[in-house]
Design a protein around this ligand. Sequence first.
Ligand code: GTP
Length: 203
Amino acid sequence: MFVAMRWIEVSSKLRSTLMFKAVLIGDAAVGKTSIRRKYLGKGFISSHIATIGVDFAKKTVNIDDQLVQIVIWDLAGQEGYGKVRAHYYQGCSALILVYDITNRDSFNNASAWLTESYKHVEEIPPIAVLANKADLRTPENIADLVTSEEGAVFAKALCEKLDVPTLFFETSAKNGENIQKSFTELTRIMIARFEVEQWKKKK
Ligand code: GTP
């Protein structure tokens, strides 16, 4: 079944196109859909249209001469969708955990999202922690927001505790800050892990 596949090769060119599944998780309204849209080059929507259940999109990119198709699953953040989400974690090659720097609860809930996802994955995949809505930080409100240091400490603790590569970026789906970069770096990690798996199989 598609969702259970960790990766598949989708063409037989000189270097095959790899396909990876990445899953966006985090509280409702933190900006998961907006991040996905920005990464795909689509416009920013300023109103919140809650995702119903799940949504997904594909993008093919060339990273260091390797073609990669990334399938991004966007899971609804609202509590009532827990059962729906459960099916979509399986076989993912990366988790993109999003919180909103203007909403401390979404930062405090970040660990709970990982706990939910780990119930449904065979192996803990690499994680990108995205501290979104960075464009909303101003000199006036800076004291009320989740700081960059808090986010970095959280991501470092995850990396040490779970022993998986963990990236941390402050992002803005509105102005695009670090959106492409975070996906590119995460894809590099997925490619590297794939290559290690292949090498182990050949040994
Ligand atoms: P669910 O589908 O309910 O889980 O929400 P979501 O996490 O997909 O959030 P969504 O992308 O729908 O964004 C929620 C609201 O935040 C919308 O009003 C967006 O316009 C706004 N938003 C998202 N990202 C940013 C950002 O980086 N900066 C600003 N200023 N607003 C953002």
